[in-house]
Design a protein around this ligand. Structure first.
Ligand code: GLU
Length: 290
């Protein structure tokens, strides 16, 4: 083994150790006290009635995105998206331990909804017209913006997307981030998850990782001292809850749950217990009943 390779491996081992300790932290401190309705009733034949009667729901989320959806040592994900999922389940009378969490990466969110592998997706999922052709969205429940993650100290002096011309950037297949960044550079390394972009950034294969600011902030926080977010967001990414296309009753129900959570403080509690540990508290967005 060359000395350089040995060095790289120990850097990876260190990063893994840091990741594990970060997981243990967030796992231990995240409450999962979303209220569970006692015996809610729903119109016969609706998705709500079906799920509520079954007493279980399958939710797609990210498994490697700190602050929004990150699997802890016990195998259960924690984060703001996870808490939003629990709020919806709770209103169906389903407790957190009757939720099956399925990992959805960016590219398989629509197919997993379309083929019924998941009942809903809560996974830093931007509402847009292309996706609305095949699925429906409730929400938004948060609005992010696309940004750039660079090495600490910003050695390549990347201050915004205009500085990317001709440079290599890493993003994820099937994301809006990958599509949007193509306006600024065609040199895009596409992987399946944002954590898989970190090693190419460390080794200099790319000068930046691009996706939503809040995802990048979580990755920077998880790998303290290694990276920084440029903090110059250049898109709007309203996060929605993906569900089967044209299941209007279910969409209206989830929109009601969201609006209620904005009002009664449960949305803010979910934020404070998760993403709010690192990010500033936002105002709740306005639900879009398109
Ligand atoms: N919010 C963007 C999207 O839905 C980027 C983040 C992600 O890939 O989850 O594509």
């Amino acid at each position: 083994m060359s000395p350089k390779k040995g060095l790289m491996i120990s850097a990876v081992a260190l990063a893994t150790a840091l990741t594990l300790s970060a997981c243990a932290d967030s796992g231990a401190s995240t409450p999962s006290a979303a209220p569970v309705e006692k015996a809610p009733t729903f119109d016969e034949g609706t998705t709500m009635a079906k799920l509520s009667e079954a007493g279980e729901i399958t939710i797609g989320t990210k498994f490697d995105q700190p602050l929004f959806g990150l699997v802890g040592p016990d195998g259960t994900p924690v984060g703001f998206d996870v808490e939003i999922g629990k709020l919806i389940a709770g209103k169906l009378g389903i407790s957190a331990d009757n939720i099956t969490w399925t990992e959805t990466v960016s590219a398989n969110r629509e197919p997993f909804i379309q083929n019924g592998q998941v009942d809903i997706v809560v996974a830093t999922y931007t509402i847009n017209d292309t996706r609305k052709e095949v699925i429906s969205f409730a929400g938004p429940y948060y609005e992010a913006g696309q940004d750039l993650l660079v090495l600490a100290g910003n050695p390549d002096k990347i201050n915004g997307p205009d500085d990317l011309a001709g440079k290599a950037v890493c993003s994820v297949s099937g994301s809006t981030s990958e599509k949007n960044v193509l306006e600024y550079t065609t040199n895009v390394l596409a992987t399946d998850t944002y954590t898989n972009c970190l090693e190419p950034l460390r080794t200099g294969q790319v000068v930046a990782v691009t996706t939503d600011n809040v995802i990048l902030a979580g990755l920077a926080d998880q790998n303290a001292g290694e990276f920084e977010v440029v903090d110059n967001p250049f898109t709007k990414e309203p996060y929605g809850i993906g569900l089967a296309k044209d299941d209007t009753e279910f969409r209206d129900f989830i929109n009601d749950v969201l609006e209620e959570s904005f009002e009664d403080g449960s949305w803010a509690d979910a934020w404070d217990a998760t993403a709010g540990k690192v990010l500033q508290t936002p105002e709740p967005p306005k639900v879009d009943r398109y």
